[in-house]
Design a binder for this molecule. Structure first.
Ligand code: G16
Length: 561
């Protein structure tokens, strides 16, 4: 390492001491903690991103400062890799080590060893760029400054501040830049609005939905998503979007947002009996999750009918499958171009059992991974078209490069024979969907537009969509324990291998309930153990969740549950 680089790192890192007595780890979605603890971590992530870029031949890398669904006083930081996806998991141990290095000397030694091991060209010869973004949290501004300091402490690497953006916008921008495309916010909005328009124009018999049915009311979680949707909606025809909880008055994620709505199964603040029968949706704090709901007339005004990530996945799967089967219909002019596209779906243990049964009945390949988009995304990328969703509303559809190339060529062939054929239209729909849905990461805004386009295409109300299958009643609770890392799971988090004995105890409880299923896992974003239970009735699911939470407390807790 050059002397200049050495002293630059030593002097800048001496301004960012790590918090004492705290060990941070690159969890489900980066580092997350109380914002007051994060200055040094974010500075070090700045260094990490700069090194990652140099390792990846100076591709653009992103740093997003957000704690997504967590409370407003928390914050966090995560890295977007050149593809726009999550940081490669191989680098997570280095991220942990960097964040926890106790002194500038230790930090420097770690960097020196890592740079050598990974052969990172640290000579300042090849310039590199890091895009920085943040959500609306008040702590974001000073943390972004810390990230800038980290980036600029590596010679030749510069940071560009993209301002307040949604997490998926930042991921999209990284991917677009690396593909040589224009990558400002307006470009993102233009891609979304034009592909949405294209899907609407391809609806076979227009006008099936009345004007009133073209309305969706969106809870913005008092975060960045509401603000951005207000801008995007001005560019949309054929959809009326009303945004509530856009952050002017309420507190981020407090009684609002996708996490609250999905976990508590109640209407967010600002929604109630006036919304009976309307199609409503909820984003999370950084707009990477989306769930739908409606307020049914038969229940209390805070009760909702939840249409979660599993049902969004099912809707997408139905639409994609239909287009693929239209496309593969034998026709006289078939030019030998048929291609059996592999369509698969990816879920986690949180997926409602009824959704998995439904997807299997559609004859889809269903794969399970541990929680965290990084796991689901990786699996979905193995298909020609891979659809992944967590029940909490985080997900997207990935189209492989080779499938898209084939599809473009097939579309050309079909349109040269006759434009407007069923097959040509199906090809166009798939191409438009691949542009509308974010290829980098789950994105509530692009997901919302695809849901809306498909509902219009099918002429479905939210009730019709929700009735695809009936969810098994479920309950999620969280338990505070002394050390959540004491829980180790296996088989996509469906069984606990440590501490010994707890899985057997969970099995005994679960066996008491018809259609009972329960699992526990340590959260990667909050300092808790999460408990999930489902059973044939809501009372049974609640009771099973409660019994398992008590077991967690007995085995690991403070005895307070
Ligand atoms: C993040 C991850 C999601 C995960 C969620 C909860 O979401 O991106 O994949 O489902 O955390 O994770 P955990 O149960 O480990 O706390 P977000 O929206 O908070 O970034």
């Amino acid at each position: 390492m050059k002397e200049e680089q050495h002293s630059l790192l030593l002097s800048s890192s001496s301004c960012f001491s790590p918090p004492e007595g705290v060990r941070l780890s690159y969890g489900t979605a980066g580092f997350r903690a109380d914002a007051a603890l994060l200055q040094s971590t974010v500075y070090r992530v700045g260094i990490l991103a700069a090194l990652r870029s140099l390792k990846m031949e100076s591709s653009v890398i992103g740093i997003m400062i957000t704690a997504s669904h967590n409370k407003v006083t928390d914050n966090g930081v995560k890295i977007a890799d050149p593809s726009g996806g999550m940081l490669s998991r191989d680098w997570e141990p280095f991220a942990d080590a960097l964040a926890n290095a106790p002194t500038p000397q230790h930090l420097l030694q770690l960097i020196t060893e890592f740079v050598e091991k990974e052969s990172i060209p640290l000579d300042g010869v090849r310039p590199a760029t890091i895009l920085l973004g943040r959500d609306t949290r008040p702590s974001g501004e000073s943390l972004l400054e810390a990230a800038k300091q980290g980036v600029s402490s590596i010679l030749g690497v510069v940071a560009i501040d993209m301002g307040i953006v949604t997490t998926p916008q930042l991921h999209w921008m990284v991917r677009a830049r690396n593909m040589g495309m224009k990558a400002y916010e307006l470009d993102y909005f233009e891609q979304l609005s034009s592909s949405f328009r294209c899907l609407i124009d391809l609806i076979p018999s227009k006008g099936r939905m009345s004007e009133g049915d073209l309305k969706v009311v969106v809870d913005g979680a008092n975060g960045v998503g509401g603000e951005k949707l207000e801008l995007l909606k001005k560019m949309l025809d054929n959809l009326f979007v009303e945004v509530r909880n856009s952050g002017r008055d309420g507190v981020l994620n407090e009684g609002v947002g996708a996490d609250f709505v999905q976990k508590e199964k109640v209407a967010p603040h600002g929604f109630g009996s006036q919304d009976i029968g309307l199609r409503c949706a909820s984003l999370d704090g950084d707009a990477d999750r989306l769930v739908y709901f409606c307020v049914p007339s038969s229940k209390g005004c805070s009760d909702i009918e939840l249409v979660d990530g599993d049902k969004i996945l099912s809707l997408f799967a139905i639409f994609i499958k239909e287009q693929l089967s239209t496309l593969s219909k034998e026709r006289g002019e078939n030019m030998g171009s048929n291609y059996q596209a592999r369509l698969g779906v990816v879920q986690t243990a949180y997926a409602n059992g009824a959704s998995t049964d439904f997807l299997k009945k559609l004859e889809l390949e269903v794969i399970f991974t541990p929680t965290g988009v990084k796991h689901l995304h990786e699996k979905a990328a193995e298909f020609d078209i891979g659809i992944y969703f967590e029940a909490n509303g985080h997900g997207t559809i990935l189209f492989s490069e080779s499938f898209l190339c084939w599809l473009e060529a097939r579309h050309k062939e079909l349109s040269s024979v006759s434009t407007g054929s069923e097959q040509e239209t199906a090809a166009l729909r798939l191409l438009a969907a691949s542009k509308l849905i974010n290829q980098a990461v789950g994105d509530a805004l692009s997901g919302l537009l695809l849901v809306e386009a498909i509902l219009q295409h099918k002429g479905w109300s939210i009730r019709r969509w929700s009735e695809l299958y009936q969810d098994l009643p479920s309950r999620q609770v969280k338990v505070k324990v002394v050390d959540r890392t004491a829980v180790v799971t296996a088989n996509a988090e469906t069984i606990v291998v440590r501490p010994p004995g707890i899985q057997e105890a969970i099995n005994i409880e679960t066996a008491k309930y018809p259609q009972g299923r329960s699992f526990i896992r340590p959260s990667g974003t909050e300092d808790v153990i999460r408990v999930y239970a489902e059973a044939s009735t809501q009372e049974a699911a609640d009771s099973l969740a409660n019994s398992v939470a008590k077991l967690v407390d007995q085995f690991l807790g403070s005895g307070s549950f």
